[in-house]
Design a protein around this ligand. Structure first.
Ligand SMILES: Nc1nc2c(ncn2[C@@H]2O[C@H](COP(=O)(O)OP(=O)(O)O)[C@@H](O)[C@H]2O)c(=O)[nH]1
Length: 491
């Protein structure tokens, strides 16, 4: 004969079943009520009309969070075939046509139902700044052609314009710090070093800069509840393509038929046209009187001498501020980590010099060795690299090192604070993301209110409380327990 378990009374069984059903119902409601809704996305398109080429970027973010917490990510980029739009001054219509392949691709990538709400921006940088300064009507015609071409697409076209150097620097800084999550969390910010073809930007926050000295270099922001006093400067003509022209122009002042250039490899020989070399406002005033039509550009591959020639394009003789970088431009003390992108990355990556823990002396030594490599040997080693890029890496590497260490004043101590980056978490480093975030008001001035608990935390707490309540409920039935156990039934 077995003694019947006192818990197997109809009352306790019914109470337990009801309790379990109640818990399951409570948890199910909590889960269903708070489950993440199927994600819908919004999109934005930015065209970066650079001096050497144009690139298109598509950004995406969760639709319900577009004005505060949503994370904006780059989902697609397209490099427009051909040169930058400033090169189409004599055939403006072609500037518009050149964009069509990437724009068609964007049409495929952004879902049709979102086309009309997707903002489309075109921002032009130093190439168009230069064209506008030397021939504003040609620049207007290029913009007209580009606008007409972009309006044919079903997106919400928001206009094409030239960014000021200050905007280019500041938006690059926003991009880097947004992608690094430094703004939302109020962490120490990262400086931005951007090297283009026609201009270069340096932007950072420094404790010893509040904007009072040289206010033209100041940009103030309030982002996520924090105030920032950003120092930024864009040096027009000091992008690597224009800097190369200036360096060559230094060496061609007497208009010789031959130039022995230490910034090009031994064995490199190229015939170049004087008018093409001087066809830029960055060098036009230095054109020699009555030069021959062409000159022979001969490489000698000497890093030390190349650095001497490069240094001459920076003027450090006058400074009306407490300190300057060059050409009389104020620069506060360098502070914090820096992200160096665009051509900084392309060049240092090719030269295998992105690792900034390599001591500066060793970097110089490697570059010296690279510059001295014969041109023919280099071409054999890199058959797939564009010859224009390949021939210029010695100059570009020397230029970067000179700019960073001799001009901006990075030393052996703080050089390792620089990181050469191409992208952060899948989005390219550059001004475009910061530009779009700003124009779509995606970064709030004040920190947004967030729910006290994430979804998983909410469900866990409801479950624990429900179980506790059931246990309490069963315990509250204690008076019934002796009743159940005193009269064991004989089966
Ligand atoms: N090595 C290398 N250089 C590049 C590549 N793409 C662009 N560049 C160079 O990087 C610079 C950036 O140019 P761009 O964005 O047009 O400049 P910006 O308008 O003057 O800021 C130019 O000197 C380009 O020639 C690449 O894929 N590889």
């Amino acid at each position: 004969m077995k003694e019947k378990n006192p818990w197997h009374t109809p009352v306790t069984i019914i109470i337990t079943v009801i309790g379990v059903i109640a818990i399951v119902a409570l948890v199910t409601v909590a889960v269903l009520q708070n489950r993440p809704l199927p994600q819908k996305y919004k999109y934005g398109i930015v065209l970066d009309a650079g001096s050497s080429h144009t690139a298109l970027y598509i950004y995406e973010w969760p639709a319900e969070k577009d004005n505060n917490t949503g994370r904006v990510e780059q989902t697609y980029s397209c490099k427009v075939k051909g040169p930058g739009i400033s090169s189409y001054a004599s055939a403006p219509l072609k500037a518009g046509e050149s964009l069509s392949v990437c724009m068609q691709e964007a049409k495929q990538r952004v879902p049709g139902r979102r086309h009309s709400q997707t903002p489309l921006y075109l921002g032009a940088t130093a190439g168009m700044r230069l064209l506008n300064s030397e021939n504003s009507s040609a620049s207007d015609k290029v913009f007209q052609a580009v606008e007409e071409a972009l309006q044919k697409f079903p997106f919400s076209f928001q206009g094409a314009r030239i960014l000021s150097g200050q905007e280019e620097g500041a938006f690059g800084w926003i991009t880097v710090n947004y992608l690094d999550d430094r703004l939302k969390q109020g962490l120490e910010t990262k400086g931005a070093l951007d090297l283009g073809g026609a201009s270069t930007q340096i932007s950072f926050v420094s404790d010893n800069y509040d904007g009072s000295e040289s206010p033209d270099n100041a940009v103030t922001f309030r982002l996520y509840g924090n105030d920032y006093n950003l120092y930024t400067h864009s040096f027009l003509c000091y992008g690597k393509d224009q800097a190369l022209r200036m360096t060559l122009a230094q060496q061609t002042q007497s208009g010789p038929g031959t130039i022995n250039d230490p910034c090009f490899h031994p064995g490199y020989t190229e015939s170049r046209n004087y008018s093409v070399l001087y066809d830029s406002p960055c060098v036009s005033d230095r054109k020699p009187q009555g030069p021959p039509a062409n000159f022979t550009h001969i490489g000698t591959g000497d890093f030390q001498q190349c650095q001497e020639v490069v240094k001459r394009i920076f003027n450090s003789t006058h400074c009306k501020y407490s300190q300057c970088s060059f050409n009389g431009v104020f620069q506060p003390l360098l502070q914090g980590p820096f992200g160096a992108f665009s051509a900084y990355y392309f060049v240092m990556n090719f030269l295998n010099l992105t690792d900034t823990s390599i001591p500066l002396e060793a970097v110089r030594e490697k570059l010296g060795h690279y510059c001295a490599t014969p041109w023919n040997q280099l071409k054999q080693q890199h058959p797939k690299v564009k010859l224009k890029y390949l021939s210029e890496y010695c100059f570009s590497g020397t230029y970067i090192l000179t700019l960073l260490t001799e001009v901006y004043n990075f030393t052996s101590e703080n050089y390792p604070n620089i990181k050469f980056i191409r992208e952060i978490k899948g989005s390219d480093a550059g001004w475009t993301l910061g530009y779009m975030l700003n124009l779509t008001n995606m970064i709030p001035a004040e920190a947004p209110d967030s729910p006290p608990l994430p979804h998983a935390g909410y469900v866990s707490i409801v479950t624990v409380i429900a179980i506790l309540l059931l246990v309490l409920f069963i315990l509250s039935l204690r008076p019934l327990w002796p009743l159940c156990s005193k009269r064991p039934q004989i089966v």
